[in-house]
Design a protein around this ligand. Structure first.
Ligand SMILES: *[C@@H]1O[C@H](CO)[C@@H](O)[C@H](O)[C@H]1NC(C)=O
Ligand SMILES: *[C@@H]1O[C@H](CO)[C@@H](O)[C@H](O)[C@H]1NC(C)=O
Ligand SMILES: *[C@@H]1O[C@H](CO)[C@@H](O)[C@H](O)[C@H]1NC(C)=O
Ligand SMILES: *[C@@H]1O[C@H](CO)[C@@H](O)[C@H](O)[C@H]1NC(C)=O
Ligand SMILES: *[C@@H]1O[C@H](CO)[C@@H](O)[C@H](O)[C@H]1NC(C)=O
Ligand SMILES: *[C@@H]1O[C@H](CO)[C@@H](O)[C@H](O)[C@H]1NC(C)=O
Length: 408
């Protein structure tokens, strides 16, 4: 009884305090184009939902003009799912200056079907920076993730979704414990993210760091990603993607794919992944495609260069029989993948493999991989014996020092 009313009084006090702050702030007429969420009723008490206050500040910034800023100052802000939408027709750049920490609701009923936590959509010139953090509070949701047991599963909310944005810059943002992916970049053109720090436990399901799909001109660099699934994954219809300076691990490594699961997927081409350190991960650099793809598509002109591996399960892997958790038991699941893979370059990839097979090129028996080039590869098995390579349906070329020894 006492405890309950004490908590109530505390909440009442913080609501009154926040209301007072809003009133005080409204008296200050700001000549700048900064829209401070506190002026729209935001309250950093870690309890009150701030989605309406944040939307108020967003809408004011979005309907303004020139270079505008939405400010989220230091403090902990509880936040239900929210969509920040454009177009912001007269805005040149819209900077979301996040200094505070946002905490997601753990009540999954609040998230509509297919909805994510924070979505930015249909904007040109978005900037997301300020050193702040997104805390997806995922640990309560991970038990409800059915993807590890069902091939077609209901997807839990992504922490931050960037949807149909042009000319975006994300700089110096943290993300911890998402319910599903940390970030998803979908249908974006010219997207750059750097100086990010992402973290989730090694055993958290589907917590990919940055998933990129149907996007072009994406540059991700100089970031640290420690998570439970791929540090970076590049999905269908993505072109001109440049990934560099990523410290990855734990996690599942850096992947192209998975591809070939759905009908009418677009091609993936012109991808460079370089200057990365990958440690204590399940895979290093991977291309993964499902068998029995409903449509054909291609993966071409891919370069993996100057990658340091440390205790990585499968440092170099092409897996065209991708099927996590053995969900493909039917005979028709065994039909070869219809995703063709060609012009792949692996250059200067050194370090240690946690398994004896350091290089796996398991291509589709229906469409063998063409022009797979390996140059300057030195991967030692941590167990001591020489490392080995496995190849199936792969046309390969080798040059420079090579360990494991090439398959053919
Ligand atoms: C982004 O650019 C494409 C053309 O490249 C255009 O069709 C689309 O409307 C633009 N989106 C925004 C939000 O500016
Ligand atoms: C990777 O590690 C090496 C040495 O361990 C270091 O020199 C290099 O800067 C690191 N690269 C990244 C992207 O962290
Ligand atoms: C791939 O993206 C391009 C450019 O946005 C678009 O025109 C095309 O329809 C997309 N293809 C598929 C298969 O989604
Ligand atoms: C391969 O991709 C790289 C990086 O996007 C690009 O610079 C190069 O022109 C592409 N090569 C071909 C033959 O398309
Ligand atoms: C990797 O090995 C190559 C070939 O021996 C060597 O030239 C290069 O310096 C090594 N790179 C790193 C980062 O260890
Ligand atoms: C390679 O693919 C075949 C199916 O074509 C599969 O049976 C085998 O287990 C795979 N091997 C490796 C090493 O991944």
């Amino acid at each position: 009884m006492w405890r309950g009313s004490g908590k109530f009084l505390l909440q009442l006090a913080s609501v009154l305090l926040c209301a007072f702050e809003v009133a005080a702030r409204r008296l200050v007429v700001s000549p700048t184009t900064t829209f401070d969420v506190r002026s729209y009723g935001a309250c950093a008490d870690g309890v009150t939902d701030n989605s309406q206050a944040f939307l108020g500040a967003w809408n004011a910034a979005c309907s303004s003009s020139g270079d505008v800023k939405m400010l989220i100052p230091a403090g902990t802000y509880f936040l239900n799912p929210v969509k920040f939408k454009g177009p912001c027709s007269n805005v040149n750049t819209l900077t979301v200056y996040l200094q505070g920490e946002l905490k997601a609701s753990t009540d999954l009923r609040l998230y509509g079907k297919g909805d994510d936590w924070v979505e930015f959509g249909h904007v040109k010139g978005l900037r997301l920076t300020g050193g702040g953090a997104f805390d997806g509070q995922g640990s309560a949701a991970w038990a409800y993730n059915q993807c590890p047991t069902k091939k077609y599963c209901h997807i839990l909310p992504i922490s931050v979704k960037f949807m149909r944005l042009n000319d975006t810059i994300v700089y110096g943002i943290k993300s911890v414990n998402p319910k599903f992916f940390h970030f998803a970049v979908l249908h974006c053109e010219n997207f750059e993210a750097s100086q990010m720090y992402m973290e989730a436990p090694e055993d958290s399901p589907n917590t990919d760091g940055i998933h990129i799909t149907r996007s072009s001109g994406v540059v991700i660099h100089d970031s640290i990603i420690r998570t439970g699934d791929d540090c970076v994954s590049i999905g269908q219809n993505s072109t001109d993607v440049f990934i560099s300076g990523i410290t990855c691990g734990p996690g599942h490594g850096i992947s192209i794919g998975s591809l070939g699961k759905y009908l009418d997927e677009g091609d993936v081409r012109d991808i460079v992944i370089r200057d990365c350190n990958i440690s204590n991960t399940m895979n290093g650099v991977r291309i993964k495609t499902w068998q029995n793809s409903p449509s054909s598509s291609s993966v071409t002109n891919i370069t993996f260069e100057n990658i340091q591996m440390s205790n990585v399960g499968h440092p170099i892997i092409i897996d065209q029989t991708y099927c996590p958790n053995n969900l493909c038991d039917h005979d028709n699941d065994k039909v070869p993948s219809r995703v063709s893979i060609s012009d792949v370059h692996y250059k200067v990839i050194n370090g240690t493999s946690a398994s004896p097979v350091a290089v796996t090129l398991n291509c589709s028996s229906g469409i063998p991989c063409q022009n797979i080039n390996l140059e300057n590869i030195l991967l030692n098995y941590v167990g001591g014996e020489p490392s080995t390579a496995f190849c199936a349906y792969a046309r390969t070329r080798f040059s420079g020092p090579m360990l494991p020894l090439p398959c053919n």
